[in-house]
Ligand binder design. Sequence first.
Ligand SMILES: Nc1nc2c(ncn2[C@@H]2O[C@H](COP(=O)(O)OP(=O)(O)OP(=O)(O)O)[C@@H](O)[C@H]2O)c(=O)[nH]1
Ligand SMILES: [Mg+2]
Length: 169
Amino acid sequence: MISGRLMWKVSLVGDTESGKSSLISRIVFDSEAGSFINKGLLRKKVSFEDDGKNYHAELIFQEIDGFPDNEKLLAGSSAIIIVVDVTKKLNEGEVTKFIKNSQKKGLLILAANKVDRKYEAVTWKEDLEPMAKKFGLNLYMVSAKQPETVNNMVNGISRLLIGRINGKR
Ligand SMILES: Nc1nc2c(ncn2[C@@H]2O[C@H](COP(=O)(O)OP(=O)(O)OP(=O)(O)O)[C@@H](O)[C@H]2O)c(=O)[nH]1
Ligand SMILES: [Mg+2]
């Protein structure tokens, strides 16, 4: 049984312009005005269902530029979303290094953002899936402009986190 409030810090890391602010803005405000967000913490209450039970949790979002190797920045993160831009070439070495360094710090998620621009994409599922598989990361193809893709990811992360608490995953 879970008692008390569920509160999870979720950090988003990734290159400049990959869409970290836009994704947070979509989740917290249901808008895509990402560029107006400052670097402070933003909160969102979420409800979700897992194994027939309903849960409520508060997510606290933190945006971090680049792929930090600074322990303190990621401290206390329950989940870390690695945001990559599908319209840019993937820097596999950099992302892999970050994954290796951060695996023990929180649940790692790979978010391939801007899928609404798929006809301009140079990075796609087949480029990311091997990496996700190798390190056991869940991969989400998302767009800050497509609310359902972002909701699906938030739901997935919430269920993975509750699964960890319940000792299932
Ligand atoms: N088409 C499209 N554009 C997006 C998407 N997400 C973000 N953008 C655009 O990409 C640009 C960068 O988005 P931001 O959310 O500011 O990216 P960021 O990662 O927070 O960037 P920094 O804070 O500067 O590191 C903006 O022009 C956004 O409008 C998306 O899913 N689709
Ligand atoms: Mg930003």
